[in-house]
Design a protein around this ligand. Structure first.
Ligand SMILES: NC(=O)c1ccc[n+]([C@@H]2O[C@H](COP(=O)([O-])OP(=O)(O)OC[C@H]3O[C@@H](n4cnc5c(N)ncnc54)[C@H](O)[C@@H]3O)[C@@H](O)[C@H]2O)c1
Length: 374
């Protein structure tokens, strides 16, 4: 069986998620490729220690050049703070490797465009991470939209809500400082996840009116003092999309301070004939609406209905590691040409589009007016 060798640059939270998915690749049934983790680079030696337990790895290094020079690495997953995306994504492409990038795909719109140009120049295969649409619920929402069953679309709502920042004493980290995570703040953190399905449906906003909030502006620095927390915590984007020549409102929410929400990703699409609603808050529940004599919302308990079949029983519940693995399976399937109509990962074009929306949102908030997106 063909084997694809993977290297990771940035062995923190998400580097470990990729290692975990690749470490149990054998759960995919009849997947025609082996995908193996071979090398990990992190500037922090302590972070590398965790990877010592993975037998397939033959290179653990603090030097990214050693990883990029390795002929044993075909695809590089980069999971670094946002201010490093442009620099490292370019290095990967210059080394002649394919890239699985993390969102937000550059710290701002300018960086995203530079990365996209380099991809076009290099011809390498690049996609960006966004795993939530690979939950069975996300997959069914796409199916419902594409079925045409919903009639004329009335409105779309999508969002991603966390409550991890509700604790004002949670110490600061790079994700709460603009110089590392970008002026787009929470939009860079959660926005790509929110926009993946809308953009794939062709629903790119034509204009946006944004309300951005900085709610907790200081956090413990972890050394007994306080640090400035200068990022946008919450973003409400009221946007307009065009469907069959008609303007349709699309509300997008990205929040780090959403009381009670741990990691709730949701999407709702309402039409004149039907509707669909899914939230990871109720992971296996899909709601569908039918306009009949009486108006009916139906609750369906979805099982393990994933695009790439696994050994897991069809009625069992999926979780974050499962949808993350399905996303990786989609990346390698698309790279090898056997995606066969299944949802693919976020493309570089879509990542740039998401940045256009976030950039317009910053301008909208500043000018307190709606901004037209070119
Ligand atoms: N897809 C998702 O659901 C998801 C979730 C969280 C974060 N992310 C994204 O993943 C990326 C990384 O986030 P994270 O949560 O893993 O961060 P993290 O802080 O947990 O890990 C980053 C790692 O990069 C290392 N690092 C920093 N500079 C480096 C350099 N120059 N060379 C090599 N290693 C370096 C750090 O030591 C750290 O171990 C970000 O783009 C973030 O937005 C995605």
């Amino acid at each position: 069986m063909k084997t694809i060798n993977v290297g990771i640059i940035g062995g923190g939270l998400m580097g470990k998620e990729v290692a975990s998915a690749l470490g149990r690749w054998f759960v995919l049934n009849d997947y025609p490729l082996k995908v193996v983790l071979k090398a990990v680079c992190d500037i922090n030696k302590e972070a590398l220690k965790w990877y010592e337990q993975i037998p397939t790895i033959d290179l653990l290094t603090t030097d990214y050049k050693a990883l990029l020079d390795s002929s044993n690495v075909d695809v590089v997953y980069v999971a670094l703070p946002h201010h490093l995306h442009e620099e490292y994504y370019l290095k990967v492409l210059e080394a002649g490797k394919d890239l699985f990038a993390e969102k937000p795909f550059g710290i701002n719109l300018e960086a995203a465009k530079i990365i996209k140009n380099k991809i076009d120049e290099s011809g390498r295969f690049v996609r960006c991470s966004s795993e939530m649409p690979f939950f069975p619920g996300g997959q069914r929402v796409i199916k419902e939209i594409l079925s045409g069953r919903l009639g004329k679309v009335i409105e779309v709502k999508a969002g991603f809500c966390h409550s991890s920042d509700m604790d004002p004493f949670k110490p600061i980290n790079w994700k709460r400082q603009s110089k590392f995570c970008g002026d787009i703040g929470v939009m860079g953190d959660l926005g790509m996840h929110v926009m993946h399905i809308p953009l794939r449906m062709g629903w790119k906003p034509d204009r946006v009116y944004a309300q951005l909030q900085k709610i907790v502006t200081k956090r413990p620095d972890g050394k007994g003092g306080w640090s400035e927390c200068d990022t946008w915590n919450n973003a409400h984007l009221s946007s307009t999309i065009s469907i069959e020549g008609e303007e349709v409102p699309m509300l997008l929410e990205m929040k780090r301070l959403a009381p009670g929400e741990t990691n709730s990703w949701f999407i709702e699409v309402f039409g004149t004939e039907g509707g669909v609603r899914y939230s990871t808050k109720d992971t296996k529940v899909l709601w569908t609406f039918n306009r009949e004599k009486e108006q009916i919302w139906q609750r369906i308990d979805l099982g393990f209905q994933v695009p790439f079949p696994t050994i897991t029983g069809g009625i069992f519940e999926p979780g974050f590691p499962d949808c993350f693995m399905q996303m990786l399976a989609a990346y390698f399937a698309e790279r090898e040409g056997f995606l066969e109509g299944r949802l693919g990962c976020v493309t570089p074009e879509e990542a740039v589009m998401s940045h256009q929306v976030f950039d317009a949102a910053l301008k909208s908030h500043q000018s307190k007016s709606a901004i037209v997106i070119p």
